[in-house]
Design a protein. Structure first.
Lengths: 458, 882
């Protein structure tokens, strides 16, 4: 069984999406040129999610990847809701008032976000009312709090993450009279999701990360080569600071049981996440919610199972770490990706492959005949071979697709091996997850001219 | 490697040069240092200064000196024949689509053939013949059309089978061929040596040649060339000739008074190989495989093969000065498709060893035709450049025509298709040129089908109605940068893709245009004709009238409000322009000319109108939108919109009135339609254009109004036997020859340009007659369509060529227009063409080798004029242009 190149392409390209920031009067005022995104499922259904949107009431663009576990419900909810929480956190007091008044008097609401979605990226219609009322409560509190201070992006991001996780938790505790919704909010709360979100506004790039997805900046050095700069820290057992943090938050007696086999309480890979109330609620609360919950929940062994050595919850938080970076002209692109990519590729290779793809430079030395004896036939063969090599690059119109092609199909020499690619993509559903994880990638391309101009102004 | 290459390709024989020149070349050899002294000082003054020592510059010098002009200086910034000429592939090919190009190439071939004998300089001339291959039936049709043209010009040429190809050339793989064209007299030359031979002959005739001398700019005073400024001092001169090749654009723009020479360089690649085991014979025919985009010639026992790829690489867009073209980078990856085509055509070459991939820039023009002639803005400034890779083929003929132009005031052939004045400043944007030449270069080997439009550099000049018309299904063509509607695709109807619509047969728009024509005949149509060139000429006293009476052949002293169709003739009575002039008042005239006359007509009038501040001429082309209301119901639409009586009594044919249309006042309405159909031209100040258009369309609804395009207009005018300038009429055609004596007032009481010739022709008769042919046994659905340039045969003998053609929906026949000549059967001498000669003959039109019977007519069908208004006055005009 063997997939032909067009079949491989149709699998790889099924979820690709590109967005170009529109130019005005030939002058691109955004520091973002656009982005390419794509995802390749290993789980069925895929548990990764992605989101991208432009803030309409403030400046800037939001992009994020979300890696779900124990189902996709939490990742789906976060991908729908988080950007609204961030946008609302960033809004000035007057705009919040305006929005609240509009809702109060039933007038049309100012649009807050312009989404850039692939047709497969869906929003759940049933929950929209519930989600909206939670969001409204949040901004009403913000209005009451009115600190009068200008909004700090870092703080806004942290608040939004924490608030959304809190709302997810609350909605599950309160429940919903509609049984479908009731089951939904419980599934959201009992599953989990990591989030890696970038906010770009002019030269200010903020990355808020919760969990083990990663943001990486592609930098072009003066000699044209590419290097990678991490803009997030993985929240997992490989991060010593993170292990230390967890240990300081719990009594010394639990030190040994907190991290086992590189997992939180021996169970969870990411050390921070949305949802996952099994690691956040007290045992009593969990039992009460499950008992009063629908039968499906009771029948689920996983939800009923209480982690071992569970003494001092919460063990898990959704609070992100935020890194602020001032963009420079040499910062050409940003890659946001779930751990499915980073498990298979080193960030340096990611930087090089994307960099060369975006600049169209394929470091192929020109041929010169010089004094050598070459026949027309030999030259013809050589040229055909070179063309075949280049065409693999031109096959992809999307940087994220190109990266996935490498991540899945790379051989030991770092070039795409079609046979390997074909094998990896034709694995049966139940086997796929053993060889690879869901991969979700967003590649954001920056406008160096705008960034250069902004720098000069400052 | 470049140095070696020069020696290989051009076996230079300096000893043949005259003494004056040899001293310089001697020093050239001794050292390449720039500190080298110049043994010969530049003269202070010369009659002519030629810039550029390539094939063009040396050919102009050669021909000028042959014609008796001796006071000539030729300046070359590097060395003679060191630019594009040196790297040229050296193929002399007469297989050309256009008659004037074909004649230039034929002359060049004959000139080069005897040049070695004349000058003693070896030119490497070998008569090899050439084979043009056809991989498709359409390509074969295209070749057959060329073959027909060559044959009637006396150039041997035949269409051959693939088997015959194999006999002529041992290496060709013929399995994918459907046929070929063989031209046995085509030749190969060493291009640099041809150039040096021409220089040698010119030098012997007294032309001074200075190498390593660059022209920095041309000095101009009062619109005339006065001298040139070089890096070695100044030379005063009356004439300057810009033969600077790909640097011609930059040189044209270096002076205070810019001269626009729209050309742009592209990289051009060809391959040189070592000799075959059994070296190829030097007289092996050159092979052109246009479907494979390549040419292949024998070269020193091996081959030289290049081509015109689909994705050309333009260069020097920002302009870059450099002395000589050094060998640019070889780009093998870029050459790969051409190499594949070569190995497919000649598989046995696989084992042949590569010598070099040569990269040499060539200059290309916006319409793939070369550029020659005098600048419209600077008198005495001549140009010959932009050869589109055919410099060697054209070199001799182009140099001859330009020399004749300078010495006699006009060349011996109609060169309007090549005239610099077909372009203006609007084609001189570097972005435009860069984009356009990327389309032009691949076009060299693309199939040339009728009614072909450029795709790049579009939507530059548009009517204010452009978007409205576009939304209604308009399909566009372009003339002089102006978008014009071809026809309107009705909603719900889809035409073929651009590529698929290329055909020599019945086109896919046939029925669409048919219904537009029908609407013009039976109801009313609107055609946006805003692209026409419009001038206003006025004066304080009688100066305008007096000047125009001298410049135009018809009588312009008509009552105010009359429109006159008239030629603007040259001294030989030929049409420089064909226009309609309305007398707006006693002292002001409104003149309408073909679209591409904007530059030429302006220059012609500027140079001839008296220098009088009380006489003004203004180009008002951009101020007016022109709508043509054609059809029997046009009068109803207009009268309802203006509340003015428009009956023939109030508004006879050939009248002009300012009136209101809808809310808009001051619309210039003329009772002409350029088709012979009843109707009106509306000249509308542009801000009213949309309003008037909307009013006309709304009001017209009840009369069945619809939009129409130029294809409908063309069909109408050709079936009415209307000639138009630039296609049927040119500087070598007089009104007497095209049945327009009635547009000439020989006795208008004052002298006018061309009068003598016309009087002479009136007495002695004419040597060609414009004739209308109706194809008899031609099946519109199945047979090849005529285009233009088809040979006409009378009683089996060649008598002339067609100039335009169209399908007449009224006659349900094809109509061709063309000229009939009378050659003496024995001597070939041209004889007077009488009405009897035309009428008493059996005619055939040759379309790609197939002859169709045709009926000749000297006068239009009267029965077609079913809707003729008023008296029998024929409204004759024709400059719709194509």
């Amino acid at each position: 069984f063997y997939l032909t190149p067009p079949q491989v392409n149709s699998i790889l390209k099924a979820n690709e999406y590109s967005f170009k920031v529109p130019e005005f009067d030939g002058k691109n005022v955004s520091s973002v040129l656009g982005f390419d995104s794509n995802q390749l499922p290993a789980n069925a259904p895929i548990e990764d999610r992605r989101s991208a949107a432009t803030c309409l009431q403030t400046r800037g663009m939001l992009l994020g990847v979300f890696d779900g576990h124990a189902g996709c419900a939490c990742a789906q909810a976060v991908s729908e809701r988080l950007f609204y929480y961030i946008a609302v956190s960033l809004l000035p007091h007057e705009t919040l008032l305006e929005i609240e008044n509009a809702v109060e008097s039933g007038r049309a609401l100012l649009p807050i976000l312009q989404w850039h979605k692939h047709p497969n990226d869906y929003f759940s219609k049933e929950a929209s009312k519930l989600y909206f009322s939670s969001l409204r409560t949040y901004w009403q509190e913000l209005i009451d709090l009115n600190s009068g201070e200008t909004t700090d992006v870092k703080e806004a991001l942290i608040n939004a993450f924490k608030r959304l996780d809190n709302d997810i938790s609350l909605e599950a505790q309160v429940g919903d009279p509609n049984s479908f919704l009731n089951y939904l909010v419980l599934r959201v709360a009992f599953s989990g999701a990591t989030a890696c979100v970038a906010h770009v506004d002019g030269v200010d790039l903020h990355v808020a990360n919760t969990g083990d997805s990663r943001a990486m900046l592609g930098v072009q050095e003066e000699d044209g080569s590419w290097s990678a700069v991490n803009l997030s820290y993985d929240h997992n057992a490989q991060n010593e600071r993170e292990v230390k943090r967890v240990k300081t938050e719990h009594p010394k007696s639990e030190e040994k049981s907190l991290v086992k086999q590189d997992r939180l309480l021996g169970l969870l890979m990411p050390f921070r996440a949305f949802g996952d109330v099994k690691f956040k609620w007290s045992i009593e609360l969990q039992k009460r919610v499950i008992e009063s919950g629908p039968d499906q929940l009771n029948a689920n062994e996983y939800t009923k199972f209480i982690p071992p050595n569970y003494h001092t919850p919460p063990y898990l938080t959704a609070e992100p770490e935020v890194i602020h970076h001032k963009l420079r002209p040499q910062d050409k692109f940003l890659v946001l990706a779930t751990d499915g990519l980073w498990e298979t590729m080193h960030r340096q290779d990611v930087a090089r492959i994307v960099g060369e793809y975006l600049t169209g430079v394929h470091h192929q030395q020109p041929i010169a005949v010089g004094g050598y004896k070459v026949t027309l036939g030999q030259m013809h063969g050589l040229l055909a071979e070179r063309r075949a090599r280049i065409s693999s690059v031109f096959e992809d119109q999307n940087a994220a697709t190109h990266l996935i092609r490498h991540a899945v199909g790379n051989n030991e020499f770092g070039t795409v091996d079609h046979e390997r690619l074909s094998k990896m993509l034709s694995l049966p559903e139940e086997l796929a997850r053993m060889y690879r994880d869901d991969i979700t990638i967003i590649v954001v391309q920056f406008n160096s001219h705008v960034i250069g101009a902004c720098q000069n102004e400052e | 490697a470049a140095g070696m290459f020069l020696r290989l390709l051009s076996d230079v024989r300096w000893q043949a040069a005259n003494p004056k020149w040899r001293r310089m070349t001697g020093s050239r050899r001794s050292t390449s240092s720039t500190a080298e002294p110049h043994p010969v000082a530049l003269p202070e003054q010369a009659q002519v200064v030629i810039c550029g020592g390539g094939i063009m510059g040396t050919s102009v010098a050669y021909h000028l000196s042959k014609m008796g002009w001796k006071d000539i200086v030729l300046l070359e910034q590097g060395r003679l024949a060191a630019g594009t000429t040196r790297f040229s592939a050296g193929i002399v090919s007469t297989a050309r689509h256009m008659s004037v190009e074909l004649k230039m190439a034929d002359y060049s071939n004959k000139l080069y053939q005897q040049l070695e004998q004349e000058t003693g300089v070896s030119t490497g001339y070998v008569k090899t013949g050439s084979i043009s291959l056809a991989q498709t039936q359409d390509r074969l049709i295209s070749l057959k059309r060329i073959a027909s043209s060559l044959n009637v010009m006396g150039i041997p040429c035949e269409i051959i089978t693939p088997k015959q190809v194999a006999q002529l050339h041992p290496l060709i793989n013929i399995h994918d061929l459907v046929g070929a064209m063989y031209v046995p007299e085509d030749a190969l030359v060493s291009p640099a040596n041809v150039s040096l031979a021409l220089a040698t002959a010119a030098s012997r005739n007294g032309v001074q040649i200075h190498e390593r001398t660059s022209v920095s700019h041309v000095a101009v005073q009062n619109g005339r060339v006065t001298g040139v400024e070089t890096d070695r001092g100044q030379i005063r001169c009356q004439y300057f000739v810009n033969c600077a090749g790909q640097w011609a654009y930059e040189l044209g723009h270096s002076g205070k008074e810019p001269v626009n020479i729209p050309l742009h360089a592209c990289e051009h690649f060809y391959l040189l190989t070592h000799p075959l085991k059994e070296p190829l014979a030097s007289d092996l025919p050159t092979v052109v495989d246009p479907d494979g985009r390549i040419y292949i010639r024998n070269w020193q026992g091996g081959i030289l093969s290049g081509g015109f790829e689909k994705n050309p690489k333009p260069l020097f867009t920002e302009g870059r000065n450099q002395l000589e073209i050094h060998n640019l980078q070889e780009d093998w990856d870029h050459f790969e498709p051409l190499l594949s085509a070569l190995l497919r055509r000649m598989p046995d070459l696989e084992a042949l060893q590569i010598m070099q991939l040569v990269n040499c820039p060539e200059s290309f023009t916006p319409d793939m035709r070369c550029i020659m002639g005098e600048s419209p803005t600077v008198r005495g400034y001549f140009v010959l450049a932009g050869m589109n890779s055919a410099g060697i083929s054209y070199g001799g003929g182009a140099g001859k025509y330009l020399a004749e132009w300078m010495v006699n005031g006009y060349p011996s052939e109609n060169v309007w298709p090549l005239d610099l004045k077909r372009f203006g400043a609007l084609q001189s944007s570097r972005t435009f040129l860069r984009h356009r030449v990327m389309e032009v270069m691949p076009l060299m080997y693309d199939l040339k089908v009728p009614r072909w439009d450029f795709q790049t550099g579009r939507q530059l000049r548009t009517s204010p109605l452009y978007d409205r018309l576009d939304a209604q299904g308009a399909r566009w063509m372009e003339k002089h940068g102006f978008e014009r509607v071809k026809y309107f695709v009705p909603p719900g109807k889809d035409l073929l893709d651009l590529d698929q619509s290329k055909t020599f047969y019945k086109p896919d728009w046939f029925d669409i245009v048919g219904s537009e024509v029908k609407c013009c005949k039976e109801a009313v149509c609107v055609i946006d004709m805003s692209s026409f060139t419009k001038f206003e000429i006025s004066s304080t006293g009688d100066q305008a009238l007096e000047s125009l009476q001298y410049l135009f052949s018809n009588d312009l002293d008509v009552p105010v409000g009359h429109v006159v169709h008239t030629g603007m003739l040259n001294e030989k009575g030929g049409y420089e322009n064909d226009c309609s002039i309305a007398r707006l008042s006693k002292r002001s005239f409104f003149m309408i000319s073909p679209t591409d006359q904007q530059v030429h007509c302006w220059a012609w009038l500027k140079n001839r109108l008296p220098d009088d501040s009380n006489l003004t001429m203004e180009d008002v082309t951009w101020k007016y939108t022109a709508l043509n209301l054609i059809g029997p119901r046009a009068v109803d639409v207009l009268s309802e919109l203006s509340y003015a009586p428009i009956t023939p009594d109030h508004f006879p044919s050939l009248f002009c009135k300012e009136m209101s249309v809808g809310y808009a006042n001051g619309i210039r309405v003329m009772s002409i339609t350029h088709t012979g159909e009843p109707g009106f031209m509306l000249y509308i100040p542009i801000e009213y254009a949309l309003h008037v258009y909307n009013e006309v369309m709304n009001m017209g609804q009840k009369y069945g109004i619809r939009n129409a395009g130029y294809y409908a207009l063309r069909s109408l005018r050709i079936e009415k036997f209307f000639a138009f300038w630039g296609q049927d009429l040119d500087a070598f055609t007089t009104p007497m020859e095209c049945g327009r004596e009635f547009q000439v007032k020989l006795e208008k009481g004052m002298e006018f340009i061309g009068q003598e010739t016309l009087l002479e022709q009136k007495q002695n008769g004419v040597y060609k007659r414009f004739t209308m042919f109706i194809l008899e046994d031609h099946d519109t659905d199945m047979d090849l369509w005529p285009w233009w340039g088809e040979p006409i045969f009378r009683n089996g003998r060649y008598v002339g060529k067609t100039t335009s053609s169209a399908y007449s929906y009224t006659l349900e026949r094809h109509v061709c227009l063309g000229f009939v000549q009378h050659f003496d059967e024995k001597t070939g001498e041209e004889l007077v063409v009488t009405t009897d000669f035309v009428n008493q003959g059996e005619y055939e039109i040759d379309i790609a080798g197939q002859r169709f019977q045709a009926k000749a007519k000297l006068y239009p069908f009267s029965s077609l004029f079913t809707h003729r208004r008023r008296k029998d006055e024929m409204e004759l005009s024709g400059y719709q242009g194509e």
